[in-house]
Design a protein around this ligand. Sequence first.
Ligand code: MLT
Length: 256
Amino acid sequence: MDRIAWHCHECFHGMQESETAGGIVVVIDVLRASTTIVTALANGAIGVRPELSPDAARKAAKAASSGGECLLGGERGGLRIDGFDLGNAPRDYHRQAVAGRRIVTTTTNGTAAVAACPQAEAILVGALVNRRAVAARALELALAGGGPPRPIHLVCAGTDGMVTEEDVLAAGAILDAAGATRVDDPAAAALERFRRTVRGATDASVPLAAALADSRGGKNLLAIGMAADIGDAAAIDTIPVVPRLDRGTGWFRLDP
Ligand code: MLT
């Protein structure tokens, strides 16, 4: 494992496309885009397609609707977009709502973070809920192909160009699950932050929920009455699935 280099990009803004070229990317937006995409696919959605704007999402949903109607999901200012079927709360993406459906989503930061890595070898979605599964899959992909191991990039969405504690904590949680040792300075700091946060806890989701509530993204959610999403996002290792972007079609699907 120490052959694999881990990088943590604390906020994708300002990151050059070339930085993640050829690497394995894990996009992280714990509150809430990445938690929601993981939840939707775990609950039977066929695919989730990220788009940068509400208009682009509407167009993509229309274009994709020939094979059965698509759901539109996402947020602006944390709230459901006018005319959309779903907001961005993970619990809205329950089995009854999403099983067998395709979903086009647009969110303020999360979907933009995906678009910031166009030259990556693979793009996975990581959150606290699937951190063990995504760590294992990222390691497999980094070692696949028989050549030198590919680097793994943890790309945090942040909030409006600013680093957010919740994404850095999830990056640390993934590094912890992977047993990562060859880490850059931001990754080392994220790992330390995660370990300090959960130290001594019998149920790590308890201190994680408290840290998330105190984060920039958490405070934004509390201000709009969406406290339940914080607990859902803090439920570490509860969803063992990994979304991967199909580069040919632009849809996230379960991997493998
Ligand atoms: C984002 O992409 O910025 C978020 O997921 C925000 C949110 O869910 O409110």
